[in-house]
Write a protein that binds this ligand. Structure first.
Ligand code: SAH
Length: 466
């Protein structure tokens, strides 16, 4: 397998300093699983190409029992760019990966035009996955897919690609992205995955992973779907995203309930949501952004809902929900009926697929408008519950609340509040794009002029997405 790095920065030979590898020499490094050779096909002032060629000792790997659990001699490891390549990057280009450069420290801290080519990259998820992983990081990418056998075109395409990335970026960042994302693409047996991988992932992911739209998938695959490791990594990544989100949410929820207290709107809202869920005939239900579990408590009382999932981004809210539901004290059948998980509505999450109905109660107004499209894709495009019961405030009604200064939202964390027309326009666009139909219900006592304080949309999947 081959990793080629090149730059057009002048003098281009500075790449040699950044990599700590002399362009004039061919160097060989013994790694536990084979050898890495570093050499420069080109090294002059205007162009410099550094190549890392990894020669896996497949037979040695099998002989060295349990070294990676390979059961056979015939496999793709010797030629596929897998986690072995990540290990080689860390061992051979270790200083460059950490952003250290004795001779050119300022250059290591500077974004320079770089190109990286990885040959033989197995991408389970195809070109789309390659784009989903690298484009959000700012790379222009080029992919070339190999056919299974050029002599037999009818056999079709293989899952291997040559990937070329171009970006003006620090070399250390580029190497970090490759180090983390190559094993993610491979998703096969990993050479490494131990407890300290969470630490490594978080350290290497600093500054980019928490905000990556495919954060969940990256974490899952990097940690080989080991649930406990994944949860630990995800909770910490989320914490990086929103430093004091938990405290802020708890405090602000209180503020919101004070404004709405007089009419006990929330209780009416939850009652309306339960009624809509029951009417849909749903058995498997999920409460997305379940907060402190008020709706879950009501769901648990309904025999119709045999399988209940609560999901929230806030660990603290989930703890409060677990206490409110008295999870510890529930009888075994009841306990098996409900599950709480931490997760984000922004990410594609397979745990959310296959539900008859999802409730999303007073959540979307907490999402930044530019990120709404990620939410839409994750829920309506990927999780695809058959029914979605969604509520959000009706901004028109705010004039009726004396305690609420004009022009302010009901809750400091609300990023927007929609009028009825705005909500309906959004809901119609969801239906058009994702194959749902929708009807609307007012929640709370309706005013002739400004409508009801809260608005509900009930979406039902039609199965013909655009
Ligand atoms: N549905 C609950 C809580 C509403 S408050 C109720 O009606 O009582 C909004 C909730 O959305 C909070 O618990 C907050 O943690 C959660 N939330 C905000 N952004 C989220 C995201 N991206 N993913 C999942 N939950 C989120």
């Amino acid at each position: 397998m081959l990793l080629t790095l090149s730059t057009t920065y002048t003098p281009a030979t500075d790449l040699g300093y950044l990599l700590h590898k002399n362009p004039a020499k061919v160097q060989t490094f013994d790694l536990g699983f084979g050898q890495a050779h570093v050499f420069y096909p080109r090294a002059d002032e205007h162009g410099c190409i550094a190549t890392l060629l990894l020669d896996i000792d497949a037979v040695g790997l099998v002989r060295r029992e349990n070294s990676m659990g390979l059961e056979q001699y015939v496999n793709d490891r010797p030629y596929a760019s897998s986690s072995f390549l990540s290990v080689a990057i860390a061992q051979v280009y270790g200083s460059a990966l950490s952003g250290k450069c004795k001779d050119r420290p300022e250059l290591a801290a500077t974004a320079i035009p770089l190109e990286a080519t990885v040959v033989g990259l197995p991408a389970q998820g195809g070109e789309k996955l390659l784009r989903d992983l690298f484009e959000p990081l700012g790379y222009a990418i080029e992919v070339e897919r190999y056919s299974l056998d050029e002599a037999f075109p009818t056999w079709g395409e293989s899952r291997y690609y040559t990937l070329t990335l171009r970006h003006t970026i620090r070399l250390s960042e580029l190497l970090v992205h490759l180090y983390v994302l190559i094993p993610v693409l491979d998703n096969d047996k990993h050479y490494f995955v131990a407890e300290d991988e969470v630490e490594k992932l978080l350290r290497r992911g600093e500054g980019w992973l928490a905000n990556h739209p495919a954060k969940l998938l990256i974490t899952q695959r990097y940690l080989k779907n080991q649930r406990s490791l994944m949860q630990s990594a995800l909770s910490r990544l989320v914490a990086e995203d929103t430093p004091d989100a938990d405290d802020a949410v708890a405090k602000k929820d209180q503020e919101e309930s004070v404004v709405e207290e007089k009419i006990d709107l929330h209780s009416q809202r939850l009652g309306a949501v339960i009624a809509a869920l029951k009417a849909s005939g749903a058995r498997r239900v999920v409460d997305l952004g379940c907060g402190e579990g008020k709706l879950l408590t009501r769901m648990l009382r309904e025999p119709q809902f045999g399988d209940i999932l609560g999901m929230d981004v806030s660990h603290r809210s989930l703890q409060i929900a677990a206490e409110r539901l008295r999870l510890e004290q529930l009888s075994t059948p009841k306990r098996e009926q409900i599950q709480l998980i931490q997760g984000s509505l922004m990410y594609l999450d397979p745990r959310l697929q296959g539900y008859d109905a999802a409730a999303i109660v007073e959540v979307i107004e907490h999402l930044d408008p530019p990120r709404l499209s990620a939410f839409e894709r994750a829920i309506f495009g990927y999780a695809c519950p058959t029914h979605v019961v969604l509520t959000t405030p009706n901004r028109e009604y705010n004039v009726k609340w004396e305690s609420l200064p004009a022009g302010q939202f009901r809750h400091k964390d609300h990023r927007f509040e929609w009028t009825r027309a705005e909500f309906q326009a959004w809901a119609e666009s969801i239906c058009a794009r994702f194959g749902y139909n929708v009807r609307y219900l007012p929640v709370g006592t309706e005013d002739a002029l400004v409508g009801a304080p809260s608005q509900m949309a009930i979406f039902t999947c039609t199965g013909d997405a655009a």
